[in-house]
Design a protein around this ligand. Structure first.
Ligand code: G3P
Ligand code: MG
Length: 337
């Protein structure tokens, strides 16, 4: 009965806002749930454990499937979280369809290959597959040197792009092989010729230098791995490593994707009020807070551009409109908590 009353109340006054929750440092620390998180979600749910407002979980983690993160959160928070409510650092790569048909090298940990395929990438090469094909490349750890060399690989596909999902387990191996791929224009088994520049497209997810985890001091994140890669590339070639895209918080594309999922959720629930505000709750100033502020400036300038375009199209009509009330985009303001 309580749920029916809430549903009726929501139909009368549906939520005009949504929440973007960071995960590590806000809801959990490493594998430990932060107790207040459960209380917060109890307050956001009705008697049947259904959320009364649209919620997206926005994390820079990327070492698992969305489904696994949703299950982990369901267990931690005591409510049903669906994979569509979870944005991992690499989730917006689904939108980068121009790279989906290229042969890409993927680096990170966890189910990187499955993640890449789920995101739409058709031709995926892992660091492990590259190591196996060219065993002489990975030479830092002497104990991993092959005892006997297999016949040289001749039919390995040319790599056309590099996707960095998150920090790998063996940094030295990934750093070496990614640099090899960039210097050889995607053919690390070939003799080194002129170093190509611009280099192959590199798309990287999660630029967090540090993250909270469970230790007393923050731990190295993927941003630290990227810093190593950028510096090695610069020292070796004298040129800058440039990213085709940097996604995950604080990038605007990630917040835009979150807004899209929030609106989709509200629509699915039949909540009619337009979402006007997003509340973002996070712990990392360089990621969560900077990202929310960046998205607000992006929305403001998008609105500004829209008004300017209207002024160009129809000076008289648009000047009347700016003086009265500028046309509102259906975008949200974002508040950082
Ligand atoms: O590797 C994950 C970490 O960089 C950040 O996690 O949930 O605080 O975005 P989160
Ligand atoms: Mg965090």
């Amino acid at each position: 009965r309580g749920a029916a009353v809430t549903a009726r109340a929501l139909a009368l006054q549906p939520p005009a806002f949504g929440f973007l929750f960071d995960i590590d440092g806000v809801l959990v620390r490493g594998s430990q749930v932060i107790p207040a998180a459960r209380d917060a979600f109890r307050a956001l749910s009705d008697g049947d454990g259904q959320l009364r407002v649209p919620v997206v979980f926005l994390t820079n983690a990327g070492n698992c499937l969305r489904k696994a993160k949703a299950e982990e959160l369901s267990h931690a928070l005591g409510l049903q979280v669906s994979p569509e409510q979870v944005i991992l650092s690499h989730s917006p790569l689904r939108l980068f369809s121009e790279f989906h048909h290229k042969c890409v090298l993927v680096a990170g940990q966890g189910p990187v290959e499955e993640n890449a395929r789920n995101l739409g990438f058709k031709h995926v090469v892992t660091i492990e597959a590259l190591r196996k094909a060219f065993p002489l490349l990975d030479m830092v750890d002497q104990s991993r040197r092959p005892k006997e060399l297999p016949p040289p690989t001749t039919d390995f596909p040319t790599i056309e792009g590099v996707i960095l999902f998150g920090e790998p387990v063996r940094w030295e191996t990934s750093l070496q092989l990614i640099i090899d791929v960039l210097l050889s224009n995607g053919n690390p088994g070939a003799e080194l010729e002129d170093i190509p520049y611009p280099h192959l497209p590199v798309l990287a997810c999660n630029m967090d230098l540090l993250w909270m985890a469970e230790a007393k001091m923050p731990r190295f994140g993927h941003g630290t791995f990227l810093l190593c890669l950028e510096n090695i590339y610069k020292k070796v070639t004298g040129r800058e490593l440039k990213y085709e895209a940097l996604i995950g918080k604080p990038s605007t594309v990630t917040y835009r994707y979150a807004e899209y999922l929030i609106k989709q959720q509200a629509e699915k629930q039949g909540w009619k009020a337009p979402i006007r505000r997003l509340y973002a709750i996070g712990d990392n100033p360089m990621s969560d807070i900077y990202g929310a502020n960046l998205y607000n400036s992006y929305l403001k300038s998008a609105q500004q551009n829209q008004v300017e375009a209207a002024v160009k199209r129809s000076p008289v009509a648009a000047s009347a409109q700016t003086e009265d009330q500028p046309e509102q985009r259906e975008d949200c303001n974002i508040s950082m908590e």
